[in-house]
Design a binder for this molecule. Structure first.
Ligand code: HEM
Length: 497
């Protein structure tokens, strides 16, 4: 045998051996899901762009419904189909139920007391139990619904004033202030914002400050190696804002305790009262740190989400005024034209509910859900998701999947009249509130706040766009941030029905 035959023959044998060994080994250690090749250091960060939900939806067209990217140092797995979302959020929920905690939330150790950011552990279970039983159960919500009803009446009074003057309203601003007050009254029977003016700015501004810092893209979240440096100063500013907010919450707690000391008993039906009852009687293992972190979570999770839903709903309706007419017919028949809507009425308003589902399908406020994290290597769809990976579920693209939805890009509430799907985390084609053990606990409250506000706006006024803007010209540009908001504010003019 000559030298060349021996040389090439050996290489051939070696290649065959390597192939066999790789096949044997890969039976035990499967690969990451497919994805774009990462660049040195930044990985695939440059592919995210200003609207990551859209960039990721486009990448999924090439790499499939389960793909992996490297965002800086962080291995990120993106799910873009309802079937795999069900696998992650339901079948294998336990393995995917931890959270990827943004660095800013280390301020004042918030993440150590927060229901939104703790991993699934006994402390988290206690907080979720309190939320489910003591705050968001039907009985509790019924008990303090009068506090919210009053706020919706004030919103209508404000719109009435604008209607008399023919003034346009910034729908997002008014909705935000009303949502803030709906929530602050549910939590501690106090207004945080004045829908009629910009007074009472203090707490509102502090909450804005906190949310702005948490919502900023932070290099440290992609390069934990830089943690000590806090390059953008986000953690430093978060410490200041969180500090102010916690001081304000301390003030509210002390004020309530003082009231109790003076009167000898607690008499309010709000959440603070319930929390203090639990801590005073040691009914659960929570203290004032949990109360403050819980308030921060509830404001953070409950105001922007409900506001963006309301603003998008009104935007879609003003684009198709015939839908407003249909909703008004339903409201007139069931509630009576111009009459106030109460939370108990919502279940009798199917078309209004269809409008809200359709809004959440097309404009989910949290388009990638709150990032999950795996604490151990996990096998998913024949791939391995390595320990420490971040997992994103792109509910924005799932809601627009043309293999399931007919005309997915058209806003058509009627589709839900014949489609038995709801948003409670059981139908994975429509999961704006997430699903599984980390399903949004505020869903029962959001399902009251949003329809009552939207229904009240539609049952009290006719709405038109500012002069010079035709419905078909209305811009639908999105802005990705803490929530998927409308990029430019929607301004609309109310007039008497
Ligand atoms: C978590 C959506 C309103 C409180 C979440 C999650 C989503 C979500 C997607 C993460 C779920 C997951 O990881 O699977 C929404 C939407 C809302 C809304 C679309 C309104 C349209 C509210 C309200 C509150 C609230 C009104 C309370 C006042 C929370 C909390 C969490 C959460 C505390 C964290 C739960 C945990 O991690 O265990 N929400 N939410 N949300 N939401 Fe909501």
């Amino acid at each position: 045998m000559d030298y060349y035959t021996l040389f090439f023959g050996s290489i051939l044998v070696l290649a065959i051996l390597c192939n066999i060994i790789e096949k044997i080994c890969s039976k035990g250690s499967k690969k990451l899901p497919p994805g774009p090749s990462p660049w040195p250091i930044i990985g695939n960060l440059h592919l995210l762009g200003a609207k990551p939900h859209i960039s990721l939806a486009n990448l999924a067209k090439n790499y499939g419904p389960i793909m992996s990217l490297k965002l800086g140092q962080i291995t990120t797995v993106v799910i873009s189909s309802s079937t795999i979302a069900k696998q992650v959020l339901k079948t294998q929920d336990q393995a995917f139920s931890s959270r990827f905690v943004p660095n800013a939330l280390q301020a004042h150790n918030h993440y150590k007391f927060s229901v939104g950011w703790l991993p699934v552990c006994p402390q988290w279970r206690t907080l979720r139990r309190i939320l489910n039983i003591n705050i968001f159960s039907p009985n509790r919500l019924d008990a303090n619904q009068h506090l919210r009803s009053q706020k919706v009446k004030e919103l209508i009074a404000y719109c009435d004033k604008c209607s008399q003057q023919g003034e346009a309203l910034d729908i997002g601003q008014v909705a935000f202030k009303t949502n803030l007050n709906l929530l602050s009254n549910t939590l501690f029977s106090k207004d945080l914002a004045d829908p009629f003016s910009d007074s009472k700015v203090e707490l509102k501004e502090v909450i804005w400050g906190v949310m702005a810092e948490v919502g900023k893209p932070n290099l440290v979240d992609f390069f934990p190696i830089l943690e000590k440096i806090d390059l953008q100063g986000i953690r430093r500013r978060a410490i200041i804002h969180f500090g102010k907010l916690f001081k304000l919450f301390d003030g509210l707690i002390n004020e309530r305790l003082e009231e109790k000391r003076r009167s000898g008993f607690m008499e309010k039906s709000d959440v603070l009262e319930m929390f203090l009852n639990i801590t005073e009687k040691n009914l659960e293992e929570i203290d004032h740190n949990h109360i403050k972190s819980m308030f921060l979570d509830l404001f953070g999770a409950g105001t922007d989400t409900t506001t963006s839903t309301l603003e998008w709903a009104m935007t879609e309706l003003l684009k198709q005024p015939e839908i407003i007419k249909k909703a008004q017919v339903e409201l007139a028949e069931i509630i009576g034209k111009g009459k106030p809507i109460e939370e108990v009425d919502v279940s009798r308003l199917p078309y209004l509910q269809c409008i809200i589902k359709e809004t959440l399908r097309m404009h989910p406020p949290i388009p990638l859900l709150v990032p999950r994290k795996v604490e151990q290597d996990v096998e998913l769809c024949d791939y391995i998701i390595p320990k420490g990976s971040q997992v994103l579920v792109n509910v924005w693209t799932i809601g627009r999947d043309f293999t399931f939805w007919k005309d997915p890009l058209v806003f058509k509430p009627e589709r839900f009249l014949s489609l038995d799907l709801d948003t409670r985390g059981q139908d994975f084609e429509l999961i704006p509130f997430g699903a599984g053990r980390r399903l949004c606990p505020g869903l029962p409250l959001a399902s009251r706040m949003i329809p009552v506000m939207l229904g009240s706006l539609l049952n009290s006024f006719n709405w038109k766009l500012e002069a010079g803007i035709e419905p078909e010209e209305l811009d639908m540009e999105e802005k990705f941030g803490i929530t998927l908001a409308k990029a430019r504010p929607l301004r609309a003019i109310p007039s008497p029905l």
